[in-house]
Design a protein around this ligand. Structure first.
Ligand code: SF4
Ligand code: SF4
Length: 210
């Protein structure tokens, strides 16, 4: 089974599970899956983003459609650059889920709202804007993912600096250095998807111990 098929099957399966849990009113089960993935990122990196996250799965489809329709996807606006919004949204999400449920017995489908937001943002902006500047789950995963023991890594001896990996990365995790024209991957941002590995003409990228 090809790498692309494997990751797509995982995305479809988890998207189905997400929808099922939302319909059944069990968002806490999904947050449990996220919690386990958050801790696992210390070891294996942010595989939640690439393989599990329903927002990313919806964004992949949206981005493909936007490209087909030749929509112009913009870079991050200056006011979002520092990433403050993801932390504000994390607090708002936590409070609204906990307080409203406790005080009023109301359960707001916050996760579903984030899914809609991720699609809307991706229609107008490059995917890294949502992943790195807006998503509260991405913000949390960047805290544990930076310590990942295993991650996608570039063999700099094989790298020819063609930048194909940089162009295909959904989260600006891989950059080609101006000094030595070699690509390097930042596990804090890397979703552990296969995009760069598949596109690299030199087979220079692999998942391995950092
Ligand atoms: S695609 Fe491969 S060869 Fe090209 S810059 Fe990236 S790691 Fe280097
Ligand atoms: S660096 Fe490679 S594996 Fe990591 S998010 Fe970017 S394309 Fe995916």
């Amino acid at each position: 089974m090809s790498k692309q098929v494997r990751i797509n099957l995982s995305r479809i399966a988890f998207f189905g599970l997400f929808v099922l849990l939302m319909v059944k009113g069990k968002p806490m089960v999904w947050l449990g899956i996220f919690g386990v993935s958050l801790l696992a990122a210390f070891l294996f990196g942010r595989f939640y983003c690439g393989w599990i996250c329903p927002m990313n799965s919806a964004m992949v489809v949206t981005e493909t459609a936007a490209k087909k329709m030749k929509l112009k996807q913009r870079n991050s606006p200056k006011w979002l650059e520092s990433g403050w919004l993801s932390w504000v949204l994390l607090v708002v999400m936590g409070l609204s889920m906990a307080m409203l449920r406790k005080l009023l017995g109301v359960q707001i489908p916050v996760l579903f709202y984030f899914l809609i937001l991720s699609v809307l943002v991706t229609i107008f902006y490059k995917p890294e804007v949502f992943h790195n500047k807006i998503c509260p789950f991405g913000g949390l995963l960047s805290l544990t993912g930076r310590f990942a023991r295993f991650s996608r890594k570039v063999n700099t001896e094989q790298c020819i600096g063609c930048k194909r990996c940089e162009t295909t990365c959904p989260s600006t995790a891989v950059k080609v250095s101006r000094e030595d024209r070699k690509a390097r991957i930042d596990s804090k941002l890397c979703h552990q998807c296969f995009n760069c590995e598949i596109i690299c003409p030199e087979d220079a990228i692999a998942y391995q111990k950092k």
